[in-house]
Design a protein around this ligand. Structure first.
Ligand SMILES: Cc1cc2nc3c(=O)[nH]c(=O)nc-3n(C[C@H](O)[C@H](O)[C@H](O)COP(=O)(O)OP(=O)(O)OC[C@H]3O[C@@H](n4cnc5c(N)ncnc54)[C@H](O)[C@@H]3O)c2cc1C
Length: 472
């Protein structure tokens, strides 16, 4: 007699839930994927209009791990992959409403070249001197976690922290550098300090080794640090969903509770009061949606989700005729330090970074606002928000006139924040989950917010639910 397939319900059809469902199907499970909205992709969304391509949240994905490129290949999307324009990959930092190049070689938390730090107008002579002292600062004695702000100030001084590190971090996490955990977000820098003491020494040696490795590489495809899809990033979740067997995806089905049914069954109920039993559940929801589902059945999960902060943010895209923008720039985009004031966190020259996103003669800007510095943006009237963004960007880029098209996407609680102690809370949760066979949690609340981390979290959730089945 044929063995009955293990039935697993996956909650949430963002990239995490879709990846979990895809891997479960490959492992032979019977999958039901519940999604409360009418489309797949979650925060990943692309709008196309009049030759313009607006990415409403996720702009691109990092290629230092091969996960997403491999997924695209499996989905037949390899020809759709595009690299960033390699003409000029510069990033700018705003100071007193003007764009200045990020000192060449500055990598998130450390400079790798000294001369660009010496000549940058972003820092005062004292700030530069303090940054140079990093070469002499001893390593931290205790091994405890610390915030990114604390770590950067300790090593490089206040000015580099406020003017360079903080805005680079905000551009990714939209968070508060004084609260975000180093170990949970940039553990590599902690390791570098442990191993080499000075970050400048460590990064300089690392860069040399990377250059040597590149020279020795004889063949093989090389990708830019970030990539996207020519047809828009929303094609990735859609392509995953298109390959599901009929009946797998249940759009418009909102889960309201997940309860355990002894001995190893789960009962999931939707907002229409319909319940289904299953052998396994994978929750791929954002923390704000997930906490309430587990309050009775898995209080440890409810507690973890409910204590996770999520900041609100918005992406405002504006298209201009190129001659309307009088400031001269040639790069990927810019970041804005919190100390500059205002709601703007970062901007990308979207159509320079990826030329397919706008017709010739049009410049598409993608402006990221809100986060920890201005969470109120998600409450603002769309028109007021657009005007505020334009008022802030106009003097920086010396823009004349009004945009020829705009698109606004607001993401209330869109960015989970890995605050100090995140990894300890996660370890506690993972220990507690051992008592709940058949349940796995994935998504951007755990070990990374980027697309590769979300895909990997979906894969491991699927594998853990199936591995538990083999053990039992
Ligand atoms: C503005 C912004 C810019 C970003 N830029 C980048 C970038 O450039 N590069 C990058 O790698 N990452 C970026 N990210 C991060 C990345 O996009 C996200 O972390 C990732 O897409 C989250 O995917 P997810 O599947 O975990 O969650 P989500 O995308 O939030 O999906 C969760 C799904 O669950 C559904 N749902 C909610 N409640 C229920 C319920 N009760 N029952 C059933 N379904 C439910 C939702 O409708 C949604 O579809 C960005 C994020 C934002 C907000």
């Amino acid at each position: 007699m044929e063995k009955k397939k293990r039935k697993v319900i996956v909650l949430g059809a963002g990239i995490s839930g879709l990846s979990a469902a895809r891997r479960l199907l490959a492992l032979g499970a019977d999958v039901s994927l519940w999604e409360s909205s009418s489309r797949v992709g979650g925060v990943i969304d692309t709008v196309q209009r009049g030759g313009l391509q607006f990415e409403q949240s996720t702009d691109n994905f990092i290629t230092t791990v091969p996960t997403v490129i491999e997924l695209c290949r499996e989905l037949g999307l390899e020809d759709d992959l595009v690299q960033t324009n390699n003409r000029d990959r510069r990033t700018y930092v705003v100071r007193k409403r003007r764009l200045h190049p990020l000192p060449d070689g500055f990598m998130m938390l450390a400079p790798t070249k000294l001369w660009p730090m010496v000549v940058t107008p972003l820092l005062s002579p004292l700030g530069k001197l303090r940054a140079g002292l990093e070469l002499l600062i001893p390593r931290k004695k205790d091994l405890g976690d610390e915030t990114i702000g604390h770590f950067a100030r300790r090593r490089l001084g206040r000015e580099v922290t406020d003017r360079i590190v903080e805005p680079l971090l905000s551009g990714i996490y939209a968070g508060d550098a004084e609260k975000i955990s180093l170990d949970a977000t940039l553990p590599r820098f902690r390791e570098l300090e442990r191993k080499y003491r000075s970050l400048i020494v460590a990064m300089t040696l690392g860069q040399r080794a990377a250059r040597r490795a590149r020279r020795q590489e004889e063949s093989g495809a090389r990708y830019s640090l970030f990539m996207t899809l020519r047809s828009g990033l929303a094609e990735l979740p859609k392509a995953i969903a298109r390959r599901f067997p009929e009946g797998t995806l249940r759009l418009g089905r909102r889960a309201v509770s997940v309860r355990r049914r002894e001995p190893d069954q789960w009962l999931v109920t939707d907002d229409a009061g319909q319940s289904e039993t299953c052998d396994g559940v994978i929750c791929a929801l954002p923390s704000c949606a997930a906490g309430g589902l587990f309050s009775e059945s898995v209080p440890e999960a409810a507690r973890f989700y409910n204590t996770m902060e999520q900041t609100g943010c918005a992406v405002c895209s504006m298209a201009f005729k190129t001659e309307q923008i009088r400031a001269k720039f040639a790069g990927m985009g810019f970041v804005v330090p919190t100390i500059e004031g205002g709601i703007l966190v970062a901007g990308s020259f979207s159509s320079h970074k990826y030329p397919h996103r706008a017709p010739e003669g049009i410049t598409l800007l993608r402006l990221f606002v809100g986060g920890a510095r201005a969470p109120e943006v998600v409450e603002m009237e769309p028109e007021a928000l657009r005007k505020r963004v334009l008022d802030e960007i106009r003097p920086m880029l010396r823009i004349e006139g009004e945009p020829i098209d705009t698109e606004l996407a607001r993401w209330p609680r869109g960015m989970p924040q890995y605050y100090l102690g995140h990894l300890d809370r996660l370890a506690e949760l993972e220990k507690a989950l051992e008592r709940y066979p058949g349940l796995a949690l994935c998504g951007n609340s755990f070990r990374g917010v980027g697309i590769p981390a979300c895909v990997e979290s979906g894969y491991s959730a699927a594998e853990s639910v199936c591995a538990q089945a083999k053990e039992s």
